[in-house]
Write a protein that binds this ligand. Structure first.
Ligand SMILES: [Cu+2]
Length: 312
């Protein structure tokens, strides 16, 4: 009887990973919606972000299946084998199929999780031979420069450039549906390029390291971007804006920029007029150092134009 029961449980154990495969294939979105996405951000705007979302939901479902199975076994043991008298049960009994089962099953589950993680990670990290757009991201204390390039690598040329200042948030305009390669470089310390909706960030190193990654965007909109590596005093103010538009509008924008238009003139050329030509998701911060500590009243900004911050 016992070995046969063990085999039956073994079948159940193997059904877990099989279920994971099944679920990751079909209704991940429906289950994610029903359970508040199990804490994962659901607002991804790239194909890569959607794949990471699917992996997360499927992994949580697999963990829950295993969890419920184990909780069930625990409670079954507590009730079925509860103390019935003062006589101790045989202390040396074991069940070989059971021992093998609870060694092999977890290894199988981990192998399946590892397999899907490796697949998604490889996909997120994948660099294609001929991306549709190449953007060089230059980070510096404490702002960003975005260079549209005519090819890959350091030897390529910049055809249009946007640089942020203390007064204007840099805007990075990009199209949907195209493979976009980012090439990152820093002028001073380590920064990190992060648009929360990409569900992805990658460090920007100074020196010879030129970090790269690719995304294919699939939702138009305006998204705040941030530096995600503590890089100095005004790290928290190192923001930019990603504006995702249709490929047609992007072509118009880039053509305008190549013909000498500024970022704001380019934005106006594709319909973002007035205030919309500037960042809407974040705003420039006052980056002037204070003469005194934050706790003191009547603090005065150092340098020219200091008068503006007193008496606020
Ligand atoms: Cu930074």
């Amino acid at each position: 009887m016992r070995p046969r029961a063990a085999v039956r449980i073994a079948g159940l154990g193997l059904a877990g990973p099989a279920l994971l495969v099944l679920l990751s294939g079909c209704s991940v979105n429906g289950i994610g919606d029903a359970f508040s996405h199990f804490g994962w951000p659901s607002n991804g705007i790239s194909l890569q972000a959607h794949r990471m979302y699917d992996l997360w939901i499927a992994s949580v479902i697999a963990a829950l299946v295993v969890g419920i199975f184990v909780w069930g076994l625990i409670f079954w043991c507590i009730i079925r084998y509860r103390k019935r008298g003062d006589e101790l049960p045989v202390q040396t009994r074991f069940n070989m199929p059971m021992e093998v089962l609870y060694t092999v099953t977890p290894v199988l589950i981990v192998a399946v999780l590892f397999y899907y993680t490796a697949i998604v990670q490889t996909d997120v990290d994948k660099l294609t031979k001929n991306p549709d757009q190449v953007v060089e991201v230059v980070a510096f204390k404490w702002n960003w420069q975005f260079n549209y390039r005519d090819g890959l690598g350091e030897e390529a040329n910049t055809v249009a450039s946007t640089v942020g200042s203390s007064d204007i948030i840099p805007i990075l305009v990009l199209p949907t549906g195209e493979k976009i390669r980012f090439e990152e470089t820093s002028k001073d310390v380590i920064h990190s390029f992060w648009v929360p909706e990409l569900l992805f960030k990658r460090d920007v190193f100074p020196g010879n390291v030129r970090n790269q990654f690719e995304v294919t965007l699939d939702r138009e909109g305006r998204y705040v971007g941030r530096c995600a590596e503590l890089c100095g005093t005004y790290h928290a103010f190192m923001n930019f804006e990603l504006v995702v538009v249709s490929p047609e509008k992007f072509d118009q924008y880039l053509t305008a920029r190549k013909n000498g238009a500024t970022t704001q003139e380019g934005m106006e050329a594709i319909g973002f007029t007035g205030d919309k030509a500037y960042a809407t998701t974040t705003q420039p911060f006052n980056t002037r150092r204070q003469q005194h500590s934050w706790n003191q009243t009547n603090s005065v900004a150092a340098g020219a134009g200091a008068v503006a911050t007193t008496g606020k």
